[in-house]
Design a protein around this ligand. Structure first.
Ligand code: IPM
Ligand code: MG
Length: 364
């Protein structure tokens, strides 16, 4: 097994460091190689996704990714901005299926901005298509308008598009995931306005014929955004396009109290994947040792389960995370009265201790 480790920017380096410590105490046989990505790679090599980093990622069986981005790069031309690294990896590695589970841990029910009864036991899986849609559609750019409301004015445009095979393959992923859960899929679209998403709806419906045991519901994206805060537990597997998935997955993450708890997996057609926390690089708290490393550790667990066939080791990480929460340890993002505030490093120590069978002591 070969793992490419790409910590990236901001808190990325701190949280990936803790996740790697956790991997190292699991007695697994794996090789790993670390490379720069994002702003860090731009500083060193003049590009957010250097050839050498891409090569390492291509050759690995799985990729553990931290986060990229910093406001200081906002003025760079788009092709050199840190975000292009993650977009480039998704594109070049064909990572079309993005799994973003939103799970509300019993201990963190009160950290949600919604009433506890709305989120207690919440367990949703958002499956976001990751290599198509308006994110990658061509043409795009700036030009002088020749029609529209202001002919002759400067304008910008992007292209929303999906081909049939792209929709079919993500629909299969969603229906198959639903079979392992409560057999219900909500497909989110905007078929009432957009041609692309009428097509999405039609193709998902067609693929559904192969999964008569799974219930399929269609929902417009605006309604889905509303239902997610009204009655989130009505959802189970949600499948949607790249753009809507970006937005809805952040919303779903916040239902669980902290985006600092949520892992994600981005898989290609063979199950090779890139694993990253759902949150970003948080430059405001970078280097302070206060970032929550749990989402990255849980991403490492997803990596073991999905790409490296090590479900037992994945279970051990997930149980250890539950144990440290039960012991009352909290990084600042999930801290509440009566629990013990710890930093990134201490949280790492505690998870390592829980895995290796040592007891965890709390201070309060
Ligand atoms: C995400 C992020 C990325 C996206 C950015 C960093 C390009 O928001 O993974 O959700 O928009 O996909
Ligand atoms: Mg996003």
């Amino acid at each position: 097994m070969k793992i490419a480790i790409l910590p990236g920017d901001g808190i990325g380096t701190e949280i990936v460091h803790e996740a790697v410590r956790v991997l190292n105490v699991l007695d697994l046989k794996f090789e790993s190689d670390t490379a720069l990505v994002g702003g860090a790679a731009y500083e060193a090599h003049g590009h957010p996704l250097p050839e050498s980093t891409l090569k390492l990622a291509k050759e690995a069986d799985a990729i553990l990714f931290g986060a990229v981005g910093d406001w200081k790069y906002d003025k760079l031309e788009r092709a050199l901005r840190p975000e292009q690294a993650i977009l480039g990896l998704r594109k070049h590695l064909g990572l079309f299926a993005n799994f973003r589970p939103a799970l509300c841990y019993a201990e963190l029910t009160h950290a949600s901005s919604l009433k506890p009864e709305l989120v207690a036991g919440l367990d949703i899986l958002i499956i976001r298509e990751l290599t198509g849609d308006i994110y990658f559609g061509q043409p795009r750019g700036r030009r002088i308008a020749t029609d529209g409301h202001f002919p002759g004015a400067e304008e910008a445009f992007d292209t929303m598009r999906y081909s049939k095979p792209e929709i079919e393959r993500i629909a299969h992923v969603a229906f198959q995931a639903a079979r392992k859960r409560s057999k219900k899929v909500t497909s989110v679209d905007k078929a009432n306005v957009l041609e692309t998403f009428q097509f999405w709806k039609d193709v998902v419906t067609e693929v559904h014929a192969q999964y008569p045991d799974v219930e399929l519901e269609h929902m417009y994206v605006d309604n889905a955004a509303m239902q997610l805060v009204r009655a989130p537990k009505k959802f189970d597997v949600v499948v949607t396009g790249n753009m809507f998935g970006d937005i809805l997955s952040d919303e779903a993450a916040m239902l669980t109290g902290s985006i600092g708890m949520l892992p994600s997996a981005s898989l290609d057609k063979n199950g090779k994947g890139l694993y990253e926390p759902s949150h970003g690089s948080a430059p405001d708290i970078a280097g302070k040792g206060v970032a929550n490393p749990l989402a990255t550790m849980l991403s490492a667990a997803m990596m073991l389960r999905f790409s490296l066939d090590q479900a037992g080791a994945a279970d051990r990480i997930e149980s250890a995370v539950k144990a440290v929460l039960a012991a009352g340890l909290r990084t600042p993002d999930i801290w509440s009265e009566g629990t013990t505030k710890v930093g990134t490093r201490e949280m790492g120590d505690a998870v390592v201790a829980a895995i290796t069978g040592k007891t965890i002591t709390t201070k309060s």
